[in-house]
Write a protein that binds this ligand. Structure first.
Ligand code: ARG
Length: 457
């Protein structure tokens, strides 16, 4: 925009124009910018700062600009630094002089903070519903596989039997915490910065409450300097996204393992699998792998944003322009990841028979045997030692807990009786009947709670 250059004797160097422009990505803020400007114009008229005729012309002109952008006929000129300048310049071409009154009592500093907050608020809403969608998928999977027992692992070694539904609902819980983090982030984004001016506030009798209401903000900012310098809300979005991607990445890792020939716990649907350009037999879990891989870029965005902010003196500094791409990339990564994971999970098939085989391979009921002895009066630490020796014996003699005779058991403790053979995968799971445990009754309660959360809140 030419007026911005009036202070100078010559135009900016071509490289400078290129280097400083953000238009190629911040055009995405156009609808928020226009919404903000319309509200601002209405407020200026309401306060008698501009005439209502000017405001009406501005509003009409901005609607035209929006239409042009949506139709793809808007001319984005690289010499316009950013979307705010581009829109204002076009408004001037369309309606002339009244366009020059729009920026009364406003600075690009509070304007860009406003646009970005509006953007984040919408991004959070989209993120929240994508999280819910994935949670509902997990609930449906858990519901459909209520009776399936699978190995639970620690150190990726067979540990104790668990219900598949319990395993799936663990991810529901992680996502529920993510949901809470994004809701929290929304609260802090939901603060109107407009009215802060460049940094110190504005001299006109503006009405910030009216602006907040027009634009759907719950609060107005309390310090103009903070309001134009603050990007915590963006950092909070990316940081919540980083944690959420970490959860998806752990899930992805399990999907990848479970679909390997070594596990074969699941079969991915063809629509969510990819082939190999060389090996004709391959059915690869690329969707899960990319989810795992993209987690790295979101972490990168978080690091980038934190680093950009760390040395900035108050208030606005141009460094802040670097915030947009990091946030856009994060939203563009997280939301589709949540969505595609939902589809991938929804369509995969479990192979309970292979889970059962895996259960039988180790000594997964060893803890239950120790607990058995405790119930017969043995102290837990002693019981632990007894079963450890028993397992050692079984391994050396190529036996399993199943194939050992009662006499063999009794070599390790006289407390063993016939009922030791009643310990099964199912009894093991059922015995863990504590709140949060894997017994069918507890998992039923967990499912009920999950459904209440995902469907009502
Ligand atoms: N494009 C800028 C940004 O994204 C807008 C604010 C510019 N303000 C300024 N004083 N140069 O941060």
């Amino acid at each position: 925009m030419s007026h911005i250059r009036s202070r100078f004797d010559k135009p900016p160097d071509e490289l400078v124009v290129k280097y400083t422009s953000s238009l190629q990505y911040d055009w995405r803020l156009y609808s928020y910018d226009i919404r903000g400007s319309i509200a601002h114009a209405r407020m200026l008229a309401k306060q008698g700062i501009i005439t209502s005729d000017d405001a009406a012309q501005i509003e009409k002109g901005l609607a035209l600009v929006a239409e042009e952008i949506e139709k793809g006929v808007f001319q984005f000129k690289p010499e316009q630094e950013d979307i705010h300048m581009a829109i204002e310049a076009r408004l001037f071409e369309l309606i002339g002089d009244p366009a020059g009154k729009l920026h009364t009592g406003r600075s690009r500093n509070d304007q860009v903070a406003l646009d970005f907050r509006l953007y984040i608020k919408e991004a959070v809403s989209q993120t929240l519903s994508s999280i819910r969608m994935l949670q509902k998928t997990l609930i449906a999977m858990a519901e459909a596989n209520k009776a399936v027992v699978m190995p639970g692992y620690t150190h990726l070694q067979l540990a104790q039997p668990v219900l598949l539904a319990h395993h799936l609902l663990a991810y529901f819980e992680m996502l529920e915490r993510d949901y809470g983090r994004f809701k929290d982030c929304y609260k802090r984004a939901d603060v109107l910065p407009l009215g802060s001016g460049s940094l110190a506030g504005v001299t006109f009798n503006i009405n910030r409450r009216f602006l907040a209401e027009e634009l759907g903000f719950s609060e107005i900012s309390h310090n103009s300097m903070d309001a134009v310098a603050d990007r915590d809300f963006a950092i909070e979005y990316i940081s919540a996204a980083a944690v959420c991607m970490m959860h998806l990445s752990r899930l992805a890792e399990e999907i990848i393992m479970w679909s390997s020939a070594e596990f074969k716990f699941i079969e991915l649907d063809d629509a969510y699998s990819t082939g190999s350009s060389l090996m004709p037999q391959k059915k690869n879990p690329d969707v899960a792998e990319l989810g795992r891989g993209k987690t790295g870029r979101v972490y990168g965005n978080l690091m980038s944003m934190l680093t950009t902010m760390k040395g900035l003196p108050l208030t606005y500094n141009r460094d802040l322009q670097e915030d947009k791409e990091r946030v856009f990339d994060t939203v563009d990564t997280l939301v589709p990841s949540l969505q595609v994971f939902s589809g991938m999970l929804d369509t995969l098939r479990f192979k309970p028979e292979n889970m059962k085989n895996a259960l039988d391979r180790g000594f997964i009921l060893a803890t239950d045997l120790a607990d058995y002895l405790v119930n017969k009066g043995e102290a837990f630490r002693n019981a632990h030692g007894i079963i450890a020796r028993l397992v050692n014996y079984a391994v050396k003699n190529n036996k399993t807990l199943d194939t050992m005779s009662l006499d063999e058991y009794r070599q390790f403790s006289p407390l063993f009786a016939n009922d030791v053979k009643k310990i099964t995968m199912e009894s093991s799971v059922a015995a863990r009947n504590v709140p949060g445990g894997t017994s069918p009754g507890q998992v039923e309660l967990a499912l009920k709670r999950a459904k209440e959360i995902a469907c009502n809140r």
